[in-house]
Design a protein around this ligand. Structure first.
Ligand code: SF4
Length: 703
């Protein structure tokens, strides 16, 4: 008897980061046994990082949510519902009852209707993640706005790239990467700022490294020496909260030395003269400012050198959350676009702006209208809703009564965890659609297990606006997110808006509602071009490069919006002579990712190979601290404390600064952050918090 199993090879897209690598899944007996990149993969170039390669075990993890769960406490609080559904609920454990999808949806709909009748439609809010497909993201905002009648929909871009969208739209009219990744091979100079690209976007970093090694044309600007900086001509380590300062200085040099592209500025921009006058009069914009900043004096020369190379060459800028997660994140993004506008480094091959988007579909979730101030296609919504931090305040106050959460762990990855815990406690209904019992799912009243990206069909949009139609690697009888929403909407009587029978039905509606971007992106075309993908806007052709002739503002012109840097934080303390001191208080902590994990590690944490590489969050400090810190420390900020963290030492970390990852919920790193956020768009200030270090090991006891 021949018991050889036929292996199938199925092309799809990686479920992790915004790079959006094409993958091939090798599947035997409906199990993924291997994932690799096709040699001719357009995004992957035949290589995947370890997350893409090994991070598929989660699909068949024993703790996937297979049946909907209803919390017993919710039933105790809602005796009428408990009685009505009693025969359809079965015990799961001491905390949960289990049931079928129909019952869970009916029960949720009954509670949602009661809340809507009692407290009005705006007592409902929906916060989604960007791990699911465009079809589900579209259905999510539609359910919130049209079925429930609430404007309060948001997505996890709130804690990552919302400032990129805000800053780019304010200056060039479109909040998305301007060029394809392969333009890196056409560029002459690259600036990477606030991005740990080798770990967070490794397959893009491969291209940057290729070019930097052969052309010595890379500047890396960060508060620590990242791995990518080893390849840099300019390893530009800057003080905390100085992004806007440095970017304004670069513009100052370009203006002062008349390195700007006069023709481009005259033909394609406005407000230039006003901008020029303001910046040249701003004393903090002169790089000579750094001569007085102890420990960072070298920047007074290095910044002008970077600015000069950027201005005279065909250049690209890449940035990550090190730019956006600050008080002035949106303004720093505007300052980045100013550099491109001044020098004409935009709207052509090998020159442009590349925000390195975090999750695999964060571009798509925003394009689909999962933002309180944008409907699909960035159209104004009928009414603007609240952003997630405002929603959390409203939950605390008791005006938001019901929250639908789709693949977004706000109980782990948002700031001010102690406040969030209290706010969630106040809800009458917390419903979660998830793969696993994440932090937020454990606090929910109703939890519905859904298909993962490797089990469904759907469109994902990566960090270069590339649409990829994914197809399932394995079959699953769990519902897709959009199917749960469709069922829920129908139970609420909204068959009219939710007549979808397939993900293609949902997508075809997206194409009608957002024709400027997606009308030409029919499934059959996306299938045909699965490996290459297509970059929006897509009509007959796709659009690899944006802004060739005009910017996407009303008059087609780019705008300068000057914002002086506000002196504060670490730079101010250095200038006052109080930063370098002996105390264990007053360290500046920044956060980031490691290669092996993604976000809250809900998926990567279920892969032995990945978890073995990074089973706990580490704190990194300068070696001069070793005698004082020892092996483990607790960090305390004005907002809370984290759990004890193991300390590693490296001279990549500057004196009196600290760096940690925050993948593991058990570390409670996010308890250190408060409500400080981007002043325009409320993205949390995850990249800078002042902490006290509390050693918990023997080294401190003996010192
Ligand atoms: S770089 Fe991103 S998309 Fe590519 S394999 Fe790694 S995690 Fe997946």
């Amino acid at each position: 008897m021949n018991d050889r199993v036929e292996a199938k090879e199925i092309e799809s897209v990686c479920t992790y980061c915004g790079v959006g690598c094409d993958i091939v899944g090798v599947v035997e007996k409906n199990r993924i046994v291997k994932v690799y990149a096709a040699k001719d993969g357009v995004v992957s170039q035949g290589k995947l990082c370890i997350k893409g390669k090994y991070g598929y075990d989660f699909v068949e993890a024993a703790d996937r949510i297979r049946e909907p769960r209803i919390r017993r406490r919710f039933l105790d609080r809602n005796p009428e519902l408990a009685e009505r559904f009693a025969e359809r609920l079965k015990p799961l454990d001491g905390e949960w009852m289990r049931t079928d999808l129909e019952t869970a949806a009916e029960l949720a709909a009954a509670k949602l209707e009661e809340i809507r009748q009692t407290h009005g439609p705006k007592s409902f809010a929906a916060v989604g993640g960007a791990r699911t497909s465009c079809e589900s993201a579209y259905a999510f905002q539609k359910f919130c706005r049209e079925t429930m009648g609430s404007p309060h929909v948001d997505n996890c871009a709130r804690v990552c790239h919302s400032p990129s969208l805000k800053g780019m739209r304010a200056t060039i009219g479109e909040g998305a990467a301007t060029n394809p990744y392969n333009d890196i091979y056409e560029t002459e100079f690259m600036i990477v700022i606030g991005s740990n690209t080798l770990e967070a976007h490794p397959i893009i970093a491969n291209r940057i490294v290729d070019m930097a090694r052969t052309h010595n044309n890379l500047a890396v600007i960060d508060v620590r020496r990242t791995k990518l900086a080893k390849q840099a001509k300019y390893n530009c380590v800057i003080p905390f909260e100085a992004n806007l300062l440095i970017l304004n200085m670069m513009a100052y040099v370009i203006l002062d030395e008349e390195l700007y592209d006069k023709e481009f500025v005259a033909n394609r921009t406005k407000n230039f003269e006003e901008y020029r006058e303001k910046i040249l009069k701003d004393p903090t914009a002169d790089p000579a400012f750094f001569k007085k900043v102890e420990g960072y004096e070298y920047l007074a020369k290095m910044i002008p050198n970077i600015a000069r190379e950027y201005a005279v060459k065909r250049s690209m800028i890449f940035w990550g959350l090190g730019i956006t997660e600050h008080l002035d994140g949106s303004y720093a993004v505007m300052a980045l676009t100013h550099l491109a506008l001044l020098t004409g480094n935009i709207g052509k091959t090998g020159a442009g702006l590349m925000p390195l988007r975090g999750q695999n579909n964060v571009q798509g979730a925003c394009d689909m209208g999962c933002l309180p101030y944008y409907a699909p296609d960035y159209q104004p919504p009928e009414e603007e809703g609240l952003m997630t931090p405002q929603l959390i305040d409203a939950m605390e106050k008791g005006t938001i009564k019901a929250l639908l959460n789709m693949g977004e762990d706000i109980a782990h990855i948002h700031p001010n965890l102690n406040k969030i815990d209290k706010a969630l406690e106040n809800l009458e209904l917390l419903m979660v659609q998830e793969l696993f019992m994440t932090g937020i799912a454990r606090k929910a009243d109703i939890v519905i297990g859904v298909k993962s990206a490797y089990e469904k069909t759907g469109v994902y949009i990566n960090a270069m606006r590339r649409l990829h139609l994914s197809q399932p690697l394995v079959e699953s009888d769990l519902p897709d997110d959009w199917e749960v929403l469709t069922l829920l909407a129908r139970k609420l009587g909204d068959e009219e808006n939710f007549s979808f029978e397939s993900s293609e039905d949902v997508w075809n509606e997206v194409r009608r509602v957002a024709p400027r971007r997606f009308s030409g992106a029919a499934y059959f075309r996306l299938e045909r071009h699965r490996k290459r993908g297509m970059q929006w806007p897509i009509y007959h052709e796709d659009t690899p490069i944006l802004h060739l002739l005009d910017f996407r503002t009303e008059d087609g012109l780019g705008r300068f919006v000057y914002r002086p840097w506000q002196q504060r934080g670490m730079v101010e303390e250095i200038l006052r002579g109080v930063f370098y001191r002996e105390s264990l208080e007053g360290y500046y902590l920044t956060t980031g990712r490691t290669l092996a994990h993604y976000n809250n590690a809900a998926q990567t944490g279920r892969s032995e190979k990945l978890d073995a590489r990074h089973a706990e969050d580490l704190l990194w400090a300068n070696p001069e601290e070793e005698n004082r810190f020892g092996e483990r420390v607790i960090l305390r900020s004005a907002h809370g404390e984290c759990e004890a963290l193991k300390v590693a030492y490296s001279d990549a970390i500057r004196s009196r600064t600290l760096y940690t990852t925050f993948h593991h919920a058990t570390s409670r790193i996010n308890a250190l952050f408060g409500d400080e956020s981007d002043e325009l768009i409320l993205t949390a200030r995850f990249k800078s918090v002042k902490v006290e270090v509390i050693p918990v090991g023997e080294a401190w006891a003996g010192s």
